[in-house]
Design a protein around this ligand. Structure first.
Ligand SMILES: Nc1ncnc2c1ncn2[C@@H]1O[C@H](COP(=O)(O)OP(=O)(O)OP(=O)(O)O)[C@@H](O)[C@H]1O
Ligand SMILES: [Mg+2]
Length: 496
């Protein structure tokens, strides 16, 4: 007899429904699993047979074949055990086959028949909802996370026996309730930073317009400290983005939580290009995708491999990266805000305390190529803080201002200022004197066209923070002060 059940496999950033077909017919006794599974899938044979026996049920002494469809899709992991066991029991007449319709079955089986958790619960629950399933049976540990996905009945099951009773309608288990949002890792308080008014202001402008930011300064001045406080002053994500971030974290095995706080990823500078942008066999998402809708923080920017930094350019520009592996291609989202921190030179001191040769400094800066710098709107020079300096504004106050500035951008153009195209920048309302000043600077050769656009975008954000409708001369003046010009004297000024 033939029977089928539904399971899920993870495919880069999605969970994909897998039809588990079981056929039991006369022949040499034995169980075969086909359908492009990895070693963990092949080993399901042993787990499933033991689990069924230990649940007090028997598989017939016949030839049993389990096929995981679609056959072309590679299946990984141990999440199919429960679905395989149920399909086999239905094919051997111990479960009514129609009772498996509309149910998703997720979980690894122990030899004793306990249902164990697997990776990617949130992604699986989303896929189950999209596939129109009305019930999802999951391991008890994963039930709270799966129930975060609205519009799906999630039933926690502890053992194979319990799952069979639920399927047969002999046992009613209350549907799982959504797990309480842990709210992710706490973000440190901005007011901990002292004596860095200009750098803190740059961080606020970066947050308000979602501009990429480079912090340059000598060691121990608070660059890393500042960057780590950025997520706290970013407005929470909207529901669709929250769900997308949760799906990415879930399929990459990080965790199963719905957290509206934008992600913050800080990969170490020894990371490989593939680790950063994704790739490999099987294809995996990189740090850029894990930072989607949030912040990618590259500390010690000059220390990353040249290849890793070059690999960033295209995804930063396009907001996505196309991975082509094994005859298939997958597009991964990479819409991130880049924050980078570095010292002005290899010895870190910069300015007249610097002990580096000119050649050393030039080599250090060449690491960060022009095209990559072109994608960074803001440069903040972080000076040695004044020990008695005033604390920065609190995270809460700053977040309120950033939130209002974002609102203004959304009402005006439906996007952040950093995302404005060159044409849109050209249409921004600007006071005559401000426009004239920029033009004069451009004519003198003090600014490239791209540089001028950058000043306008940042100027627009400064105006949004001030609640002004037009870009005024003072906004342009402030934006020029935050100009990204590492090769010039801004980097030197960092250490002076
Ligand atoms: N402006 C500041 N306000 C308060 N504490 C500070 C400040 N700057 C530095 N500190 C203290 O010094 C420590 C080191 O700062 P941080 O790691 O941010 O420096 P950095 O600029 O990133 O240095 P490096 O270039 O070596 O990475 C912080 O953990 C903090 O305790
Ligand atoms: Mg640091």
């Amino acid at each position: 007899m033939l029977a089928r059940s539904t399971a899920f496999t993870l495919d880069v950033l999605d969970a994909v429904p897998v039809r588990v077909e079981a056929d039991v017919r006369p022949g040499l006794p034995g169980l075969t699993v086909v359908g492009l599974g990895d070693a963990a899938v092949r080993e399901a044979r042993e787990r499933v047979q033991s689990a069924i026996a230990n649940a007090g049920l028997r598989l017939p002494q016949r030839r049993m074949v389990v096929h995981l469809a679609p056959a072309w899709l590679r299946k990984r992991g141990s999440a199919f055990d429960l679905a395989i066991a149920c399909a086999l029991l239905a094919a051997s007449g111990q479960v009514e086959p129609t009772q498996l319709d509309g149910i998703g079955l997720v979980g690894e089986l122990s030899l004793a028949g306990e249902v164990r958790p697997v990776a990617g619960t949130i992604a699986i629950a989303l896929a189950a909802r999209e596939a129109g399933l009305n019930r999802l049976l999951v391991p008890v540990e994963a039930a709270g996370a799966a129930a975060l996905v609205a519009g799906l009945t999630v039933i926690p099951v502890a053992t194979l026996g319990q799952a069979l009773d639920v399927i047969a309608g002999k046992l009613t288990v209350p549907a799982a309730r959504p797990a309480a949002g842990g709210g992710g890792a706490p973000v440190p308080e901005l007011a901990d930073v002292r004596g860095q008014p200009d750098a803190v202001r740059a961080l606020e402008v970066a947050a308000a317009g979602r501009h990429n930011l480079l912090l340059v300064g000598p060691p121990g001045t608070g660059k890393t400290m500042l960057a780590r406080r950025l997520p706290g002053i970013l407005p929470p994500l909207e529901d669709a983005a929250t769900l997308q971030v949760a799906r990415i974290r879930s399929t990459t095995g990080l965790d199963d939580a719905l957290d509206p706080q934008p992600p913050f990823r800080a990969p170490h500078h020894t990371i490989s290009p593939i680790g950063l942008v994704g790739g490999g066999v099987p294809p995996r998402a990189g740090e850029l995708t894990l930072a989607h809708h949030g912040v990618l923080f590259l500390d010690e920017f000059g220390e990353y491999s040249r290849l890793a930094l070059e690999a960033l350019r295209q995804p930063l520009e396009d907001g996505s990266v196309l991975l082509a592996r094994g005859g298939r291609s997958t597009r991964l989202p990479t819409d991130v805000q880049l924050v980078a921190a570095m010292n002005p030179c290899p010895c870190g001191r910069g300015g007249h305390h610097c002990r580096c040769s000119d050649a050393d400094v030039a080599r250090y800066r060449r690491r960060i190529s022009g095209p990559l710098l072109d994608r960074i709107d803001l440069l903040a020079t972080v000076l040695r803080p004044d020990p008695g300096g005033a604390p920065a504004p609190t995270t809460a106050e700053t977040l309120a201002r950033v939130g209002e500035a974002r609102e203004r951008q959304h009402r005006r153009q439906g996007s952040t200022n950093a995302a404005l195209s060159a044409a849109e920048v050209g249409r921004l309302a600007i006071d005559d004197d401000a426009g004239e000043q920029l033009e004069a600077l451009y004519r003198r050769g003090g600014l490239s066209m791209r540089g001028a656009h950058r000043v306008l975008r940042v100027g627009r954000t400064i105006a949004d923070l001030a609640g002004d409708d037009r870009i005024e001369l003072r906004h342009i003046g402030r934006a020029l002060g935050l100009r990204q010009d590492l090769a010039g004297d801004a980097g030197e000024a960092a250490a002076a």
